[in-house]
Design a protein around this ligand. Structure first.
Ligand code: SF4
Length: 242
């Protein structure tokens, strides 16, 4: 049987060829050891002794201050806590408070009703279940009302020097994702897991404090000061101002 040859459609003289598909450029390795070392070195130079900005003199005060700092600036919290701790210095004092009394004291920090409820509930649990001491493990801290991983990491790292995780607040989240691209995650919990994989454990506590200060002073949310940033040569952020 004769096989018909397929006719090749003729291209008219003016027809354009379809543009060849461009391959997307490979994503740079934002978490390479070399790049991470540059980031750590710059942060060490900028903030060699970065500390938690919340004023406190014991783990319970830090717990209270951290719960109050949700959706509020540390400066505002630091204005409220000295008077509060002078009046109610112990977990027992907080546990005995009426919510309305505490609400008045902390009103200026915002969300004061839920914060008062959580503070009193946490204090009661600390008194009844933990012998009046703020617990020293993530699992136990997470049982306290108003305490999620961020607050627990602050207390464990700053008050007890225990590196259980990395504090991911609004500054750390912004810098780790959109700015330095250390994580592509979209939730603080997943960003923390990504950072814990690439940051050495002995840096977990200081790294959080350093990124928070970096976010407050240089890599600010609104208009980052890229002209003053030592990480500018290795930063690909679309938010850059230079
Ligand atoms: S160059 Fe700008 S955007 Fe990038 S890390 Fe520095 S301050 Fe932030």
């Amino acid at each position: 049987m004769a096989v018909k040859s397929r006719s090749v459609p003729k291209r008219s003289a003016g027809a354009k060829t379809a543009p060849a598909k461009r391959r997307a450029a490979p994503r740079p390795d934002y978490t390479s050891p070399e790049r991470l070392q540059k980031i750590f070195a710059a942060l060490d130079q900028l903030f060699p002794r970065a500390q938690c900005a919340l004023r406190h003199s014991n783990p319970f005060e830090l717990l209270v201050a951290t719960i109050l700092s949700a959706q509020c600036t540390d400066e505002r919290v630091n204005k409220v806590t000295p008077g509060l701790f002078a009046k109610y210095p112990t977990p027992q004092d907080f546990a005995a408070l009426e919510p309305e009394v505490l609400e008045k004291e902390i009103r200026s920090t915002g969300f004061f009703r839920s914060k008062a409820r959580n503070l009193i509930g946490a204090a009661k649990k600390i008194v009844t279940e933990f012998g009046g001491r703020v617990p020293r493990t993530m699992e136990e801290l997470l049982t306290l009302p108003g305490v999620a991983r961020k607050t627990a990491n602050v207390v464990l790292g700053t008050a007890y020097g225990i590196a259980t995780g990395i504090v991911v607040d609004t500054h750390v989240f912004r810098i780790a994702t959109r700015r330095l691209k250390l994580s592509r995650a979209t939730t603080p919990e997943k960003v923390e897991q990504d950072l814990m994989r690439i940051v050495p454990r002995d840096r977990w506590i200081s790294f959080s404090h350093q990124l928070i200060w970096f976010g407050r002073t240089i890599c600010t949310a609104r208009r980052p000061r890229c002209g003053e940033c030592p990480l500018e040569p290795i930063c690909d952020s679309a938010d850059k101002t230079v």
